[in-house]
Structures are given as C-alpha cells and as structure tokens.
Ligand binder design. Structure first.
Ligand SMILES: Nc1nc2c(ncn2[C@@H]2O[C@H](COP(=O)(O)OP(=O)(O)OP(=O)(O)O)[C@@H](O)[C@H]2O)c(=O)[nH]1
Ligand SMILES: [Mg+2]
Length: 293
C-alpha cells in the first residue's frame, strides 16, 4: 500500500478544483469560470486498492492585492511545504504568465518532486501543448509530465498511475469511505458561495464571503437548520445579491438548499442574510476569522 499528500497548485482558473472533483468523482471543491474561486485548502481523498491519495486543493496563486490575496497565497506556499508531491497545473489553453513563473520558483524552493499537468487539453491544438511545455521547461525541470482534460476525463487514469509512483509506502491515512475531511460548516458555506458566484458578475463574486453562523439538527424531522451570513463590501452589492423583491437571494437559497439536501440526505432549512462589511478583503482579522482552516 502507498499513501501520501499531493498538493494541487496553479494560477487562478487553471482547473485545479475541476481536476480534483473529476479524480474523486464527487464535488469536493466548488468551481466557477471566475478566477479565485477556491479560498480554502481543501482535502479530497481517493482510496484505491493499492494506494490512498490525499489531494490538497489550493487557492489560485496570484499577485495579491489585499489581505485576502495574501492569505490565499500563503495557503499555497504553506501547502507546498507539507506534501509528498506537487502537481503543478498549467492551463495549456491560455498564455503562460508571471504567476506561473513565480509559482514555479516556489515549487523549486521546496525541493519536492513535481509533476507538471498541462490542463484543458480539449481546448488545445497539439502545437499549443508543445508550446506550453517548452515555456514550462524554461521555468523548472519537473520529474514528470502529463497533458489531460478533466472535463472530458482524458488522461485521468494515467495521472493516477504517475502520482502513485511518487508516493511512499504507507498505510491509509483516512477511513476508506471518506472523500473529504472538512466539516459541513465549510461545505455549506462553499455551496452558498458557489451559487452567489454563478449568478453575479464583475466585482461582486470577489467581494462575497459566506459564514455559517450555526447549524441546528432536528433529528425527529430528519432536518438540518443552517443559518448563514453572506458578506459583501458595499450597499450596491447587497442590492444585487438580494435582487428585485428578493428574487436573487431566493434563487441562491433554493439552489444551495437542493445541493445540501443531496449532499446530506436530509431536509434543509437554509436561512440566508446579507450583510455589508466594508472592505473586508483588506482586513486581515476578518479574513482569518472566515478562512481559518
Ligand atoms: N474545457 C475545459 N475547461 C476546464 C477544464 N478544467 C477546468 N475547466 C474550466 O476552467 C474554469 C476554472 O476551473 P476551476 O476548477 O474552478 O479552476 P481553479 O484552478 O480551481 O480556479 P481557482 O480556484 O480560482 O484558483 C471552469 O470554468 C472550469 O469548467 C478542462 O479540462 N477543459
Ligand atoms: Mg479552485
């Protein structure tokens, strides 16, 4: 048996969360077409007969603009230090940028084995993959390479075999039926945030944070009551999230409730409030309060 931790790192939107969800076959981490979707260091666990792989999803590595950005980057660099293997995801369908280069430097500093994953192959011509590969070769010399498409599930089995070859011998680290180790409070907050991200644009998705205030169990009714606060930074954003006559918050609430019911197998009562917290992304103490993990 082999087992170990694998950091999944890459710039925002490179496809980290999509890949982890595809490998585990369940939605571990929320996904959106907007950059900087992931804010937590989330673990997804894949148990096979011959190995247990613990993937650590991370926020997209980027040029930080505020306390939130600094915190997210620190989650990436912190994760790189505490794993057995680094998967460096590079979106082959878009330009290589300084963010890729800076992340490559961080990976080199770690001295850990690195497997480069060129993502979104379904969107690329063969030449683009070759070009991406050449650009990455100028940044670092990885231990191995793969190009794949998480959306089309192409290359996933090969990736798993390659990952296992880097892992040390060892027993399973988590129970074999466990796919993630993060608590329902975080899962629920992320699901609500995903619904907000799906339905809002421009600055709003970046300005939203969700905090679960409390969860109350009503076992006699097979019911969970979830009370959540949605934080935004401005009154105008609050209006958008609530929508005309509450239509938007109702839509967000309905979609989140359905997903939470599917996830837990219980009836869900979801209470959502929207609150303005001016410039929360610039306030380190607030960021730490919400995103401590
Ligand atoms: N066509 C295609 N799109 C993909 C693929 N993988 C991811 N995407 C899309 O790329 C976008 C970003 O995917 P995410 O998985 O959220 O990316 P991420 O790296 O986790 O992003 P952050 O959490 O913001 O750092 C989404 O719209 C995905 O649907 C792929 O293999 N093919
Ligand atoms: Mg992500």
């Amino acid at each position: 048996m082999k087992s170990g931790f694998v950091a999944v790192v890459g710039k925002p939107n490179s496809g980290k969360s999509t890949l982890i969800n595809a490998l585990i076959g369940r939605k571990i981490s929320i996904v959106s077409e907007k950059p900087q979707t992931t804010r937590f260091k989330l673990r997804g666990i894949l148990t096979l007969p011959e190995a247990q792989i613990v993937f650590v999803d991370t926020p997209g590595f980027h040029q930080p603009k505020d306390a939130l950005g600094q915190y997210l980057n620190s989650q990436v660099t912190g994760t790189i230090k505490e794993v057995d293997l680094v998967l460096f995801l590079v979106d082959a369908s878009s330009e290589i940028t300084d963010e890729d280069r800076q992340l490559a430097d961080e990976i080199k500093k770690s001295n850990l084995p690195c497997l480069v994953v060129l993502t979104k192959k379904d969107l690329c011509l063969e030449e683009q993959i070759e070009e991406a590969r050449k650009s990455v070769e100028q940044m670092l010399t990885p231990n191995d390479w793969i190009s794949l498409s998480a959306v089309e599930r192409e290359g996933l089995d090969e990736l798993i075999l390659k990952i296992i070859s880097f892992l040390p011998e060892g027993p399973a680290l988590y129970p074999e039926d466990m796919v993630t180790d993060y608590p329902l409070t975080i899962q629920a907050a992320e699901i609500v945030r995903e619904k907000v991200l799906t339905h809002t644009y421009q600055e709003v998705p970046h300005s939203v944070a969700v905090e679960i205030l409390r969860i109350e169990e009503r076992p006699e009714k097979n019911l969970l009551e979830i009370y959540a606060e949605i934080y935004v930074e401005k009154d105008s954003q609050k209006k958008i999230v609530i929508g005309k006559e509450g239509s938007m918050i109702k839509k967000i609430g309905t979609e989140a409730r359905q997903e939470l019911e599917f996830l837990t197998g219980k009836k869900i009562f979801l209470d959502l409030h929207v609150k303005v917290k001016e410039k929360w992304r610039e306030k380190e103490s607030f960021v730490k309060k919400i995103y401590r993990s």
